[in-house]
Design a protein around this ligand. Structure first.
Ligand code: UT7
Length: 352
C-alpha cells in the first residue's frame, strides 16, 4: 500500500526580518558570534495578537492553492506547535475555524522541533486506516512571547534609546536561547501517493523523557498550584531553559544514527536519497551530520540564515522553498530528520 505524499506546500513568516545586530541592542551578543555559532543572520517575530493559527492560516491557503484544492477538500488537520495561542485548546481547531472547515477532526501534536517526522507517520497511518484522504499538516510557532526582553520597539528598530541595566542583564541571562529562535508557519497537504512504491516509506521515531530538562519551560505548568504565579514570572520561569551544548552533541549523534538505521531497515542506500530535509536548529548540527554521514553539501540544504529555528514550522518552510525552486520533484527520495524538546527525535523517508 503506497504511503502519503506531498501534493501542496506553503509557508508564511510575519513582519520584517530582525537582523542579529538588532538583538545586540538589548543584550550582550553580536552578529559575528551568532553567525559563526549558529549560521543565523536574521529571524522574524510575530506581533501582539498574532498566534500560530494565524501564521498557519496564511501558509495553509498557499499550500491549498499550490495543490489546486479548496479548504473543503481537507478532511483532517494535524497541527504541530509548542506555542499554542492558549494553554488549551490547541491551535488545530482554531485553524479549522479560520479556514471555514470547522467540524473536521483537528489534532494538535506536541513534538516541538521534532514534529514533522512524527506528523508524517501519523498522517500516513490515518490515511492508510481510511480515517482521512486529504490531511492538512500545519506547523507553526510563535516564540516572541518567551523572548527575554520587553523593549520590542528597540529590537524592531522603531526606537533608539538605552534600555535599563536590569532589562539588559535579564535578557543576557537567556541570550543562548534568544538568538536561535524565530517565528513562522508552514503547511503541507498530504494524500496517498498514486504510485505503488511512492509516498512515505517509513519513519523511525524516538523519545527520551529522561532528558526533558535539556529544553523545557520550568514554571507555568500543572505541577504547580496555581499553574502560573507572579513569583514564577518574576523568576522568568515562563522562559524555556536550554542545555544548548549538550543538545547540540546529542542531536548530531542521534540524528546520524537514526538516519543510518532507518535506511538499513528499509533497504535504502543513502546515496539514493536526493535530499535530506533537516530541522534547522543550528547549522553546526547539520554540518556535523553531513560530515558523519558523508552527505554531499548540496543534498542537505540550509535556510537557517533567514529564519533561525522556527521549531515545528522549519521543515515545512524548507520543503516549500525547495519545491518552489524545483530542487525537489516528483520521484525524488527525501529524508526528513529532526530533534527537539522532549526529547523527541526521528527521521522519515518519502518518495515524492
Ligand atoms: O531546536 C531544537 C533543540 N535546540 C538545539 O538543538 C540547540 C542546540 N544548541 C545550540 O544551538 C548551541 O548550543 C547554542 C547556539 C545555543 C550555543 O552555542 P555554543 O557554541 O554551544 O555556546 P556555549 O553555550 O557553549 O557558550 C560559549 C560561549 C560562552 O562564553 P564563555 O563562557 O566561553 O565566556 C557563552 O556565555 O559563548 C557565550 N554565549 C554568547 N555570546 C554571545 C552564549 N550565547 C551567546 C550569545 N552571544 N548569544
Amino acid at each position: 500500500m503506497s504511503g502519503v505524499t506531498i501534493v501542496g506546500t506553503g509557508h508564511f513568516v510575519p513582519g520584517s526580518p530582525v537582523p542579529n545586530d538588532a538583538l545586540a541592542r538589548v543584550m550582550e551578543t553580536n552578529d559575528e558570534w551568532i553567525r559563526a555559532r549558529t549560521g543565523i543572520r536574521q529571524r522574524h517575530f510575530a506581533v501582539e495578537g498574532q498566534g500560530p493559527s494565524d501564521l498557519a492560516l496564511e501558509a495553509s491557503n498557499l499550500a491549498l492553492a499550490n495543490a489546486g484544492l479548496e479548504p473543503s477538500d481537507v478532511d483532517y488537520i494535524i497541527f504541530a506547535t509548542m506555542t499554542p495561542e492558549h494553554f488549551f485548546p490547541g491551535s488545530g481547531p482554531l485553524l479549522g475555524a479560520k479556514l471555514g472547515i470547522a467540524g473536521i477532526p483537528a489534532l494538535d501534536i506536541r513534538q516541538q522541533c521534532a514534529a514533522m517526522p512524527y506528523a508524517l507517520q501519523l498522517a500516513d497511518g490515518l490515511v492508510k486506516a481510511g480515517a482521512a484522504e486529504t490531511v492538512l499538516l500545519a506547523g507553526a510557532d510563535v516564540h516572541a512571547g518567551f523572548m527575554p526582553w520587553q523593549d520590542w520597539d528597540v529590537v524592531r528598530g522603531e526606537a533608539e534609546r538605552e534600555i535599563t541595566a536590569d532589562a539588559y542583564e535579564r535578557a543576557n541571562r537567556h541570550r543562548g536561547l534568544a538568538v536561535i529562535f524565530g517565528d513562522g508557519g508552514a503547511a503541507m497537504i498530504l494524500r496517498r501517493s498514486p504510485s505503488a512504491d511512492g509516498g512515505l516509506l517509513g519513519a523511525e521515531l524516538h523519545s527520551d523523557g529522561r532528558a526533558y530538562d535539556h529544553l523545557f519551560v520550568p514554571g507555568v505548568g500543572f505541577r504547580q498550584i496555581p499553574y502560573v504565579t507572579p513569583e514564577s514570572l518574576e523568576a522568568d520561569a515562563h522562559i524555556p531553559r536550554m542545555a544548548g551544548p549538550s543538545l547540540l552533541k546529542k542531536a548530531v549523534r542521534t540524528l546520524s544514527s537514526t538516519v543510518q538505521s532507518l535506511c538499513t531497515s528499509h533497504g535504502v542506500e543513502q546515496n539514493d536519497i536526493e535530499c535530506f530535509i533537516a530541522h534547522q536548529a543550528n547549522d553546526r548540527i547539520n554540518r556535523a551530520v553531513r560530515d558523519a554521514l558523508r552527505i554531499p553539501s548540496d543534498k542537505i540544504p540550509s535556510n537557517i540564515a533567514r529564519y533561525g529555528n522556527t521549531s515545528a514550522a522549519t521543515i515545512g518552510i524548507l520543503t516549500d522553498e525547495l519545491r518552489r525552486e524545483g530542487r525537489i520533484r516528483e520521484g525524488d527520495l527525501l529524508c526528513f530528520l529532526a530533534l527537539g524538546a522532549g526529547l523527541n527525535w526521528g527521521a522519515a523517508l518519502m518518495r515524492l
